[in-house]
Design a protein around this ligand. Structure first.
Ligand SMILES: C[S@@+](CC[C@H](N)C(=O)[O-])C[C@H]1O[C@@H](n2cnc3c(N)ncnc32)[C@H](O)[C@@H]1O
Length: 210
């Protein structure tokens, strides 16, 4: 467990009324691309806003988060299609291993606003895991804050954020075996909230394996 997770524990236990509950724009966008019957791994699911949305739309979701209070929030939604997992990158590895035996169901990896919340070490583990996954995920959906966002006002003030270099990430991902870049973009207007219109990167990969 990292220091930043203590932040998320208090964030989800003390900010309940302020935390957004409806689905993110990124989740709405993702929904349009999801293959039928996908099973989604939502990594860093937070209060489960997007996991719940996917589940309401008929998809099974494994929601992973390192914060206990985030997991409690997801459990309280008690959606029969959402399974909660408290933990971090190792949980993805375990789930990928067990879910890939369910070969009729496309496995999808989704992670919104998490890459910039990870420590350098956790980020490296995640990217290594995705890079070694050999196209096992039909799609990989990533949305994150980028370096261009650093100086803009933040609705929830200053806390640990590791702003990403979008071009570097795209170039890293373009070398991952088993995937092609489906789309990548950077800009404002993706996720307006309160005083914020953050500059975000979006990277979507598609498996090239049958
Ligand atoms: C900004 S929130 C995003 C939550 C949700 N995806 C959303 O879009 O609303 C970042 C989330 O990442 C989780 N997180 C941070 N580090 C993590 C790690 N190493 N493993 C798993 N989850 C982590 C936090 O607990 C928090 O719930």
């Amino acid at each position: 467990m990292t220091d930043s997770n203590f932040y998320w524990d208090s964030f989800y236990s003390s900010n309940r009324s302020k935390v957004i509950k409806g689905p993110s724009n990124f989740a709405r966008y993702t929904l349009e691309l999801l293959p039928q019957y996908s099973r989604i791994i939502d990594f860093g699911a937070g209060n489960g806003r997007d996991a719940y949305y996917f589940a309401e739309n008929g998809f099974k979701v494994d929601a992973i988060d390192a914060s206990k209070s985030a997991i409690e929030a997801i459990r309280s939604l008690s959606h029969p299609r959402v399974i909660c997992h408290h933990g971090s990158v190792l949980v993805i590895a375990d789930l990928t291993d067990s879910r890939k035996r369910d070969f009729l169901r496309p496995l999808v990896f989704y992670s919104r606003f998490v890459l910039h919340a990870l420590t350098e070490a956790d980020s490296e583990s995640l990217l290594n895991l995705l890079g070694a996954s050999n196209g096992i995920f039909s799609y990989v959906f990533l949305e994150y804050r980028v370096v261009e966002d650093r100086e803009y006002a933040k609705e929830f003030g200053t806390h640990f954020r590791r702003f990403l270099d979008h071009t570097t990430l795209v170039s890293t991902a373009s070398c991952w075996r088993g995937y092609e870049i489906y789309s990548n973009s950077i800009g404002k207007g993706f996720s307006r909230y309160g005083v914020e219109d953050p500059v975000l990167g979006r990277l979507i990969l598609r498996s090239v394996c049958d």
